[in-house]
Design a protein around this ligand. Sequence first.
Ligand code: TYD
Ligand code: MG
Length: 479
Amino acid sequence: MRMTKTQTRYVCQECGRVAASYMGKCPQCGSFSSMVEEIIHDEPATKSTAVRGLTGRSAPRSIGDISAGDEDRIRVPIEEFARVLGGGIVPGSIVLVGGDPGIGKSTLMLQMAMEMASPFGSAQGKRVLYVSGEESERQIKMRATRLNNGKKELPKNLLLVTETNLEIILNHISEVKPELLIVDSIQTVYLSSMDSSAGSVSQVRECSSQLRELAKTSGISVFVIGHVTKEGTIAGPRVLEHIVDTVLYLEGDRFQAYRLLRSVKNRFGATSEVGVFEMREGGLVEVTNPSEAFLAERMVNAAGSSIAVTMEGTRPILVEVQGLTSPTQFGNARRTANGVDFNRLLLISAVLTRRVGLKLAEQDVFVNVVGGLQIDEPAADLAIAAAIASSWKDVSVKADAVLIGEIGLAGELRMPSQMQARLREAQKLGFKTAIVPKALRKGEGYPKGIEIVEVRSVDQALNAALGSKEKPKSPPHMA
Ligand code: TYD
Ligand code: MG
């Protein structure tokens, strides 16, 4: 006979690390006060027997007999969404859509659900079940009506239910037999067999494991929404990333209209693909030419503005970088980075001070990327440097020039990857000049129709990019 004893364990709500005793700081992710006590029963609830039992049959097959064609993918009528998924929805896959609260996850998924369920679209009326634990059916209906813009009647094949108990949700699924399931959000669903509350790491992990099991055994494609928050009380979708096939993040500045849907993990396609949307009255609208959109409000010939060419996945995007220098008022000079990495800004400011001779020591430096985009790529260094220098000198950057290049500590420039694609995009948008690092090896060659100015250092690049204030000179050419 075995003794049934209630035991407790402590689970980090940030990363899922389990410990036998309480710890103030998680040894795995370093979060403070993130350990929460959970009761574990003798019979651990962490085996997904419930769903596996439904159809759980497995048999080894020859690899040649297994179909894995792209033709199996379900077409998604939203191109930007399809791109990020790697072409379409893979049947039986489970996708996590993460992002800050209020960024537009529910909006995006509801739009997708309506498109997929529409009898008129290319998806041809798929059966879609939208499970919400966040909003009532009425609320979702109201949003759907608004998104639909009174155009046509709402698709009959889109079914809504407000439910958070996963056992009941699974019952609904076996009754309704949807081809597509959307769970909004994973933090609201729970298994009553577990003691911890909805949103805890254990619940999130166990519920998503069951949903994955469901997807794999039934062929239903599952989309799970997960909020990302900094507080430890709600389990971040990080613990989910291992369980699901694909992880998409919807990002953007809440106060700006643009939203990027980024793929950070994809078992069925390339990662770091990006879809660009704009949040409007009638929901998220695809932005098929992001460079044009990001440059739309640019003030040509204003000092403190330059154009960077950044790669988002395989797609080059042109963005405006703005710099502003202003004399420091109270002692310490400040640096403020909006859309670029703060440490990168410190480095670039230091290089400008030491290698180019700009006196930034008593200047506050602000850098901003227009459109709410976050550029993490060092390839944008040179454009950032040019925007700052342009503001400091009060001389505008040549309006038809883009700047591409990574800056080293000695003020030297390094060549980023995918120059071809970047230059082609710049040319397509009508830019006449590209200021780029001098190639040490002969590469693929550059596209025609855009003048390439090769420079070795930040100093040379700025000479090429900034006109002089007094009298405009002919564009300098570097050897
Ligand atoms: P929502 O999808 O509810 O965010 P999440 O599910 O990620 O928490 O989006 C909420 C925001 O989107 C809200 O602030 C209003 C805005 N919004 C629009 O601007 N237009 C629209 O058509 C909709 C539906 C929402
Ligand atoms: Mg929501």
